[in-house]
Design a protein around this ligand. Structure first.
Ligand code: GCU
Length: 603
């Protein structure tokens, strides 16, 4: 295959090497050798953090992380993991034990794993996600900590791990603080625990740490990208190259590495472009010395042009639905491929080509299944409502979650938009905060669109005006509007005028109403399926007049848990805006939106 002149093509075209960021988890851990630690873990519920602090509230060196056992009958050890309750990992603790349903605080997790240690291997303990704050210990010693409940992290344990039995302890704390991301109030359940898979990864010291590949944005028929090797071996020429193989495209390409183990490439190839109608994925293999990584990647381009969103150069309307990461098969957080397949099959059945994954990065299985099924994705970091925008530490937390999200999912064709925030109050501090995030996202990944879900105001004539200053920062403007539920009557929505002062694509990122499935009555009676249906009918009529609208993701696919929804006999800690109930039963509005999308598909 003809190797095109690198320099000519690459300067500035591709994204920044995300691996420059500390602690960023290795790319594509599922393709690595691993000891999977999912299963039943010992747990100690510790509301007073007695396993961490001594009675002087100083960090104790005799904490539960020691996993101590009485050696003599007179020894005083006031905890014992082996005789303590067990919880499933992955899994939130709230839905595994009635008494933990409302629990917010610390729970200690423990399990042993056994390995035969090899000298030339790197050992890393990898977590898909832990909500919210994780302190990881191995064999009684602290390894490191991570903050943020929805992105992966890993720690190198090569020096600490030993042959034989190793004791892994994780202090998980999900108590809410004002200076966190998200902050103290969210309209979703603060599920605590080790909510996604845990693995001990094993790979050669010199290994492929990260890579990115996509269609060139500037050259027709060209794929470009980069690869990053950790501990690049110096000994011979072979060690200075990574080999990229895409068999179906007849691509076999050597990529030269610089002294930092970084290499950029551009190769001529004409892939079938990935789209919802034909979600074509290619097997992509990267070889470096003993290290081999296998991936499945789709190639597509996504751009904006005036008020249009162009997928592979063609204008597209995003027929979407919003989704929270709750399992359709069991209570609590979703984490498995099966959860993802059911949720996304429901979205496809509804007639969707797009899903808004709210309000935080969902598990990796969700994106890989979206790649396979052909669903375009809006992925978001939980900069939600009233975050402390003038606090630099809070900004760093948000930026870290952004980096971790982009690092993990940058090779997923399904993701077309990175969302920086949801319904944040306008202020100069907020504008600066989110503008900086948007700039960071563009540095890390210039190949995707930047968006955010904005509130809207009514102007003096009662028209809905899109005039949030953040609209000038994003590529696509998301607007949340609850006409007929939080304001106005459903009937008034159909003729509601919308004004956009920006020549940009707009997505109605949220609209909807609560309905208890099975509750029927007059359409003016709240909480009935008829009221919700009336809201949908009138909002869809309103949407038909919004000439600049290029997509929508009504709120929401399925009823979900929320601590802000106590209404007895109706909500009972469920947000009932789902088109499908918590028991998986379709409501009237499901059919209204389905028919609307079927019609839109043929238009
Ligand atoms: C908000 C918010 C959602 C919330 C929804 C609602 O717009 O973005 O997180 O669940 O409205 O009130 O139901």
């Amino acid at each position: 295959m003809r190797y095109l002149t690198l320099a000519a093509l690459l300067i500035g075209a591709c994204s920044t090497f995300t691996t420059a960021l500390a602690d960023i988890a290795i790319q594509n851990p599922d393709s690595r050798n691993a000891i999977v630690l999912d299963g039943r873990w010992d747990t100690i519920i510790d509301p007073y953090e007695n396993g961490y602090y001594n009675h002087r509230y100083e960090e104790s060196d005799k904490g539960y992380f020691k996993n101590a056992k009485p050696l003599n009958p007179s020894d005083l050890v006031e905890y014992d993991f082996s005789r303590s309750p067990k919880l499933n990992v992955p899994g939130d603790w709230n839905t595994q034990d009635e008494k933990l349903f409302l629990y917010e605080g610390t729970i200690w997790y423990h399990r042993d794993f056994d390995i035969g240690k090899k000298v030339d291997q790197t050992y890393a303990v990898y977590f898909g996600a832990v909500n919210y704050h994780a302190t990881v210990y191995l064999n009684g010693k602290k390894v490191d900590t991570h903050e943020g409940g929805f992105t992966p992290f890993q720690f190198d344990i090569t020096d600490q791990v030993k042959s034989g039995v190793n004791s892994l302890v994780v202090k998980v704390d999900n108590h809410r603080e004002r200076d966190q991301i998200p902050t103290v109030n969210t309209d979703w359940w603060n599920y605590g625990g080790i909510t996604r898979s845990v693995k001990v990864l094993l790979y050669p010291k010199a290994h492929i740490q990260d890579y990115f590949l996509q269609l060139s944005e500037t050259e027709e028929g060209v794929l470009e990208g980069w690869v990053k090797v950790e501990n690049v071996a110096k000994e011979n020429a072979e060690a200075q190259k990574v080999e990229l193989r895409i068999p179906e495209l007849n691509v076999t390409q050597k990529i030269s590495l610089n002294k930092n183990g970084e290499g950029r490439f551009a190769v001529a190839a004409k892939p079938v472009l990935w789209s919802p109608e034909s979600p074509k994925l290619y097997s992509v293999d990267l070889h470096y010395m003993q290290d081999v990584v296998h991936d499945k990647v789709g190639f597509r381009s996504i751009q904006v042009q005036g008020e249009n969103i162009l997928l592979n150069g063609k204008s597209i309307f995003l027929r979407g639905i919003s989704i929270h990461e709750e399992s359709p098969l069991h209570a609590g957080r979703a984490w498995s491929e099966e959860d993802a397949r059911v949720l996304l099959t429901w979205a496809k059945e509804l007639g969707c080509n797009f899903v808004r994954l709210a309000h935080y990065p969902h598990n990796e299985a969700m994106l890989r299944v979206a790649d396979q099924m052909g669903l375009l994705v809006w992925s978001e970091i939980p900069v939600y409502w009233t975050v402390l925008f003038n606090n630099p530490t809070v900004y760093n937390k948000a930026e870290t979650q952004l980096e971790e999200m982009i690092a993990r999912d940058k090779n997923r064709a399904s993701i077309i938009m990175w969302s920086m925030a949801n319904e944040t109050p306008s202020s100069s501090a907020r504008l600066k905060f989110i503008s900086n995030l948007a700039q960071k996202a563009r540095e890390l990944d210039p190949t995707r669109l930047i968006t955010a879900a904005l509130d809207t105001q009514s102007d003096e004539n009662g028209a809905k005006a899109i005039d949030d200053p953040l609209s000038s920062i994003v590529d696509v403007i998301g607007v949340n509007s609850y006409c007929g539920w939080y304001s106005a009557t459903p009937a008034s929505c159909a003729n509601l005028k919308w004004i956009s002062r920006y020549k940009k694509p707009v997505i109605m990122s949220e609209f909807g109403a609560d309905a208890l499935q099975g509750l029927h009555g007059e359409k003016a009676q709240r909480w009935t399926e008829e009221y919700q249906a009336d809201v949908y009918l009138n909002n869809l009529a309103m949407i038909d007049h919004m000439t600049f609208l290029r997509g929508m993701s009504p709120w929401i696919l399925k009823d979900f848990r929320s601590p802000r929804r106590p209404l007895p006999g109706v909500q009972d800690f469920w947000n009932r805006k789902g088109l499908i109930s918590d028991k998986g039963i379709k409501k009237k509005s499901w059919h209204i939106l389905h028919d609307y999308y079927m019609k839109k598909t043929v238009d």
